[in-house]
Design a protein around this ligand. Sequence first.
Ligand code: SF4
Length: 245
Amino acid sequence: MTAINPIEDAAQLSATLAGLDLAGRLSLVAGLGGRAVFTTSLGIEDQVIAAEIGTHRLPIEIATLETGRLFPETVALISETETQYDIAIKRFHPEQADIDAYAEKYGLNGFYESVEARHACCGVRKVKPLARALSGAAVWITGLRRGQSSNRAETPFAEYDTERHLLKINPLADWDIEAIRAFVEANGVPVNPLHERGYPSIGCEPCTRAIKPGEPERAGRWWWENDETRECGLHVAEEAAAAAQ
Ligand code: SF4
């Protein structure tokens, strides 16, 4: 019997996904077996995926990380999206005890002071809740795109997440922002009003600013840090790649 090699299987799946449209990609991964979970930050890319899941009634769970520091516009968009597509978006919150311990050690907004303090905050408010959201899942679907930043330039359609032991699917890897905007426009997809105010990438309120013309899409995220540190630990491979540069 041939041993299963999840990394090679993911490479083959990646090649198959490359030849499909978005609905085909999502349908295929929804049928792979095991729980498929899509994690959304309610960003414009994620809204495209949520729209496809809702429109085609795909058996994919949808989860979001309610960090407690989101913009009010982002929080409002969660409910709006649920209503428009008749879907449920499960909210995952940080543990209060973890927040208290963080505030005790670093201060509530200690993330501005050092990369370590920032990673610790993302760990408490994002990485730990993400682990709960993905617990028991076989497939994790994300809205990562190659054009979002240099750290994401090599994003494959499918990869095996060796840390979380699941298949990670990035069905929009090859979409550019113009294609995303065209889809949203053509299909009446609800999006965060902050996008129109210069925020192409939206995370927690204290850690996101509007970008200037010509800046990379994620330049407004943790703007006080340099490119190599600007991931939140959710996307381990990208972070490892950045650290190796
Ligand atoms: S983005 Fe900022 S506020 Fe949100 S979890 Fe990370 S450091 Fe904390």
